[in-house]
Design a protein around this ligand. Structure first.
Ligand code: SF4
Length: 380
């Protein structure tokens, strides 16, 4: 097991050095002052995070943007995060990204037409009801009710959050997934089901913590013919999506770490495979992982199953502990990594010049429906 933590290097090929980008960003930030707020997701590289006014997970950052008075919100993260920020901020605030090419491969695995097709197939084939057919979608269902309640992970497009909002469903984060799924089951009724997208692993790990067996869960893959009998037996229908970063972690990696360091602690994200989550000492959101490392006793050796930029930062922040990424091959989230200091410098300079570029705008109706689903989450 390698003890060294290789640095993730910056690979963009251009005329400026890292130092020159730093200077350009700092100068632009000074000029913009309170007019701009830069948000940096935990998985961003250090040369972005050093300029962020706030760091955190996607929902926390979006709420901070909504609480701020900054005219411009520059979101250093992936596309769905900037969409959420635009939904939550007021009409005067302008949300942009250093590059709009930074998407999330997991979020892209569930698009609205595919989800709608799944939705109608389940309603028709399984004799389920749309929660909007109820007078009050907020009230608990009975043992004889058969509603199909949609739940989307925060890592999904605004269009899917709006779909869920319109159909009496709810959004979840990796922190509150269990409370949200309990809410959804309560609205589905004894004969109903929960449709969860896009991350099958978060859905499976959460349902499993609630005491459900694998037979209670079926996977929906829009590329294959659905097994309606299997789906009919299940309580949860899980979209087949997954995170390309978290699916890299394996039980073998955990075993190798524990062979090398028998007292090592292991913490992973619930987007990892269920076997990995079961083999770890703990699992939770990026904020949970951060706190786990912070609270571990001095001298701890900790193996972490999440994105490398966060793991490397934790290792630097807590020099009295050894914090390792479980995956030796050190692969950052490739789309998060598209946010390069050059693009941040250019985005800030374009705001100074009055250019409207890389702006993320969600239309009013989509925002209104998505907010219904987000508000339900906040009430859980
Ligand atoms: S780490 Fe995974 S879920 Fe997060 S942005 Fe990257 S691909 Fe998406």
């Amino acid at each position: 097991m390698s003890l060294g933590l290789p640095l993730v290097s910056c690979s963009i090929d251009d005329a400026y050095s890292d130092e020159e980008y730093r200077d350009r960003i700092q100068k632009a930030k000074e000029e913009l002052g309170d007019r701009v707020m830069i948000l940096g997701h935990h998985y961003q590289r250090d040369s972005i995070v050093e300029h962020a006014d706030a760091t955190g997970d996607s929902f926390r950052l979006s709420r901070m943007a909504a609480d701020s008075t900054a005219e411009h919100i520059v979101f250093c993260g992936v596309h769905f995060m900037a969409e959420s920020a635009d939904i939550l901020t007021n009409d005067q605030q302008i949300v942009s990204m250093p590059t709009t090419r930074a998407g999330c491969s997991m979020a892209d695995m569930a698009n609205l037409p595919d989800v709608e097709e799944c939705w109608h197939t389940l309603l028709d084939e399984l004799d389920l009801s749309d929660p909007i057919s109820r007078e009050n979608p907020e009230e608990l269902a009975t043992e004889n009710d058969n509603f199909l309640v949609p739940v989307t992970y925060m890592n999904s497009s605004a269009a899917l959050k709006a779909f869920v909002g319109k159909h009496g469903g709810i959004v979840c984060t990796s922190t509150n997934a269990q409370g949200v799924l309990e809410w959804a089951l309560g609205r589905a009724g004894g004969l109903g089901k929960v449709l969860f997208f896009p991350d099958q692993h978060l859905g499976r790990n959460t349902a499993s913590k609630m005491g459900f067996e694998l037979d209670d869960m079926a996977v929906w893959n829009p590329q294959t013919i659905p097994n309606i009998d299997e789906i009919n037996r299940a309580k949860f229908v899980l979209w087949h999506g997954y995170c390309s970063v978290h699916q890299r972690f394996t039980v073998d990696q955990i075993d190798r770490l524990r062979d090398a360091f028998p007292n090592a602690l292991v913490v992973v994200h619930p987007e990892c495979d269920q076997k990995v989550v079961h083999a770890a000492d703990a699992d939770g959101s990026t904020d949970f992982i951060r706190r786990f490392c912070e609270e571990a006793p001095p001298g701890s050796i900790i193996g972490v199953g999440t994105e490398i930029n966060l793991v490397q930062r934790l290792n630097s922040q807590y020099p009295d502990k050894e914090i390792h990424c479980l995956d030796d091959s050190v692969c950052p989230c490739s789309t998060m990594y598209m946010i390069h200091p050059r693009f941040l410098a250019e985005q800030l300079e374009s705001i100074i010049n009055g250019d409207r570029r890389n702006i993320i705008t969600i239309d009013k109706q989509t925002s209104k429906d998505a907010i219904k689903a987000l508000n339900r989450m906040l009430e859980v």
